[in-house]
Design a binder for this molecule. Structure first.
Ligand code: AMP
Ligand code: MG
Length: 411
């Protein structure tokens, strides 16, 4: 036997995989909450000045500031202007208009005096007592927020609720954005039983299917579940063919060295060119990645090892960045910080290990590994919000030592 080639590191594998991932073509989508988190694919300009008129910012009286140079005056009220109306009379010297927040300022007026500073008189006049108002007091001038033609949202913006509001303010009922990538999820294994079923002898429940769908969803993809394929060609083949009809296909299980691990072989027969089959990491070393051609563009195919934590970690390190890239994000992630170990930690491994951990900000980033016995231990992942990257070797690792940490949850 020839000596095995060095396995790619996680960074090498991720770069290689990302070199096959291009942002999907933008689509015109209705402006509704489903655009949240999508990447805007157009520069958006204002179609109107905003505000469209000099606008009162207070309920009160529209006045000529010069009339109140002494701080107080008794003025004749011309009319009342409420929001949505237009003034019909100019405000000349000695005059004022009753005005409500949002209403256009009448010609001649250049300031608003708050209603709290007014005292209506019986003869229809009003007495105003204020500090001498500066011109423009409580007035939002036309175009102050934006001018017609001005670009107010740039392509590449990740859409948030305030951007949706701004788009609506610009008269947009639709928007061009990169759509969420469709992701097919196919789980393999003769031993698997779907919840709520009760496993018979030798069987276990399928946790990876629901978990991967949730990970795809959190990662900005639109997941579709294809069910369980049994470890036989006649079961795998039709489901893989179906799976290849999306930009991303994720399979769980069947990529290791067992006699029933048929996935890479069947994928190759269905036209998937293998790119990668192992990565220098723990958990999740037997990661398969390949590419198939479709008329609409490539299908990126991932085969994750079946142990639940291997599957989880593989998705976070490789598939989540791919989904971000397909969705047009500039930075694919994963989000990584450097954190100080909160306590001594003895750990030995022959490979770099992504150990479940809890990271927090307390005087800088601090990380504490959580109890975990290895790739089958999904329960151990529960308290974790991060993966602590420990180098290969004997350790022991000391309190205060700095390590890279991959953040899993938003924080
Ligand atoms: P495999 O990668 O198919 O060799 O599976 C490795 C281990 O993960 C085995 O113990 C499987 O029973 C387990 N496993 C495989 N698929 C799943 C799944 N969908 N949910 C939970 N455990 C699984
Ligand atoms: Mg299996």
């Amino acid at each position: 036997m020839s000596s095995p080639a060095r396995l790619p590191t996680v960074a090498e594998a991720r770069n290689l995989i990302l070199s096959f991932a291009r942002p999907l073509p933008p689509q015109t989508l209705p402006l509704d909450p489903s655009v949240l988190g999508l990447v805007l694919a157009e520069d958006v300009a204002a179609d109107l000045d905003s505000p469209p008129h000099d606008k009162a910012l207070m309920d009160g009286y529209a006045v000529r500031s010069a009339d109140l140079a002494a701080g107080s005056a008794t003025l004749t009220v011309t009319e009342e202007v409420t929001a949505g109306q237009v003034p019909t009379l100019p405000v000349g010297p000695g005059l004022a208009a009753r005005i409500m927040t949002g209403a256009p300022l009448p010609a001649g007026a250049d300031a608003v005096v708050m209603v709290e500073r007014s005292e209506p008189l019986a003869d229809g006049r009003v007495r105003l007592a204020d500090r001498p108002p500066r011109p423009g007091q409580h007035v939002l001038p036309r175009g102050r927020e934006m001018r017609r033609g001005e670009v107010v949202l740039k392509a590449g913006t990740v859409l948030r609720p305030q951007d949706v509001g701004l788009l609506a303010a610009l008269g947009r009922a639709q928007v061009r954005a990169v759509p969420p990538p469709r992701v097919h999820v196919l789980v393999t294994g003769d031993e698997l039983v779907e919840a709520p079923g009760v496993p018979g002898p030798g069987q276990i429940r399928n946790s990876n299917g629901p978990m991967l769908l949730a990970q795809v969803s959190r990662g900005g993809g639109r997941p579709r579940y294809l069910g369980i394929a049994r470890d036989r060609r006649d079961s795998l083949e039709p489901l893989i063919d179906q799976g290849l009809a999306a930009p991303v296909l994720i399979l769980s299980g069947g990529v290791s060295m067992g006699t029933r691990d048929l996935v890479p072989q069947v994928l190759a027969e269905r036209g998937v060119r293998p790119v990668l089959h192992k990565v220098e990491m723990k958990p999740g070393k037997p990661l398969f990645f390949g590419v198939a051609d479709r008329a609409e563009g490539p299908t990126l195919v991932f085969g994750l090892p079946g142990n639940p934590v291997s599957s989880f970690v593989g998705f976070e390190l490789f598939m989540r960045p791919v989904l971000r890239r397909l969705a047009g994000h500039a930075d694919p992630g994963p989000r990584q910080v450097t954190a100080a170990l909160a306590e001594d930690f003895a750990y030995r491994s022959d490979r770099p290990t992504y150990h479940p951990a809890r990271v927090e900000v307390a005087d800088g980033w601090r990380v504490r590994p959580v109890p975990w016995f290895g790739s089958p231990d999904l329960r151990g992942l529960g308290p974790a919000n991060a993966l602590l990257l420990l180098p290969a070797g004997d350790g022991p690792h000391r309190v205060g030592q700095a390590f890279p940490v991959v953040c899993l949850d938003p924080m």
